[in-house]
Design a protein around this ligand. Structure first.
Ligand SMILES: [Zn+2]
Ligand SMILES: [Zn+2]
Length: 348
């Protein structure tokens, strides 16, 4: 089969690799649509823990074979990849905190992923879908679950106000979930006007560009002492520092942006957080018990009833064979984009 393989830092190759056969307890997914995640780009640009690796965890398709011990009724079913492979046995797994598993694997990061014509998956790692759901929409389920998980961690309630820092793919999913769950006011920030326009289309009430306005002052004009809940989805240290000042006293800040590990924060951050008695909450992946969690079932429900708009988030479509040039352009900042869909079928 053909696959896009990460062979070294900034080296992605489209090539022939052995077609996987499903092992016992596993199924094989024939991939129909792939979405590129920011973390795939990070693995390409910054380098990764292992080579070679077939990237990709936001993929959907049709189950075409099953390994021994797996019911044949799976064959022909449409499914999306559930990328986290927890052990289901350690202390954190037993608590239902699967992303904190002591010995997890991850499709497309620690084992072969979905940038391929076929991917071998444990039976528990397929999210079965209705036949009439589009494969492109199904490929975007995983990033939606991350946004939904952030709101669950932040204990978001209908009628609350929210600030979303960053309108990249996770930020745009957060905006949609805030709309679906009934936020009273959704304020979003981003330095790219394109992202802000899309945020407004999918539900943001106010879009602020920090390169043009003072975000803290604008939020204070709109919300007084700040939002009930702030969602950080940029991974930029200065933005993280601002998050305290756009959040009301006793409000919550949920963090999902990966911060650069070589930077540091001023400890005034802690001082300001303490004075406002703000809760700072980390977010990692998108899972809860029963596995994979309500984040997944709610995303499917919101896709089925049309409340989650995926089409507006898709900016480009390419064949999988074009993945090397697409990644090169993204890696050298020559392709402004929202969600990019790769199609493995046209690749043949
Ligand atoms: Zn992802
Ligand atoms: Zn575990």
């Amino acid at each position: 089969m053909k696959a896009a393989v990460l062979e070294d830092k900034m080296v992605l190759t489209y090539k022939d690799v052995p077609t996987p056969e499903p092992t016992p307890g596993h199924v094989r997914l024939q991939v129909k649509a792939i979405s590129i995640c920011g973390s795939d780009i990070k693995r390409y640009v910054d380098g990764h823990r292992m080579y070679p690796l077939i990237l990709g965890h936001e993929s959907s398709g049709i189950i075409d074979r099953v390994g021994s011990g797996v019911s044949e009724r799976y064959i022909g079913k449409h499914a999306a990849i559930i990328p986290l492979v927890p052990c289901f046995e350690c202390e954190q797994c037993r608590r239902g905190y699967y992303s904190a598993c002591h010995s997890y694997s991850f499709i497309g990061s620690r084992q072969s992923g979905g940038f391929a014509e076929y991917v071998d998956l444990p039976e528990r790692n397929v999210f079965i879908l209705p036949d009439d759901l589009s494969f492109e929409h199904a490929a975007l389920i995983e990033p939606s679950t991350v946004a939904r998980h952030m709101l669950a961690l932040g204990d978001f309630k209908r009628g609350q106000t929210a600030v979303v820092l960053g309108a990249g793919s996770i930020g745009l999913m957060i905006v949609q979930w805030l709309r679906i769950l009934g936020a009273d006011q959704i304020i979003v920030t981003d330095i790219l006007e394109d992202n802000l326009q899309i945020a407004s289309r999918v539900g943001a009430h106010v879009a602020l560009n920090p390169s043009k306005v003072d975000v803290i002052k604008e939020v204070q004009k709109l919300l007084g002492d700040g939002a009930d809940l702030t969602l950080e989805a940029t991974g930029v240290p200065q933005v993280l520092e601002q998050s305290i000042f756009v959040t009301r006293p006793r409000g919550k800040v949920v963090l999902a942006g990966n911060q650069p590990l070589d930077k540091s924060l001023h400890l005034t951050f802690i001082e300001n957080m303490m004075r406002r008695e703000i809760s700072l909450i980390g977010c990692f992946m998108s899972y809860s018990a029963p596995f994979p969690g309500h984040e997944w079932t709610e995303t499917l429900a919101a896709l089925s009833d049309g409340s989650l708009d995926m089409d507006t988030l898709i900016s480009h479509r390419y064949s999988l064979s074009q993945a090397p040039e697409v990644f090169e352009k993204i890696g050298t900042h020559q392709l402004a984009h929202q969600k990019i869909i790769l199609n493995p079928e046209e690749a043949v």
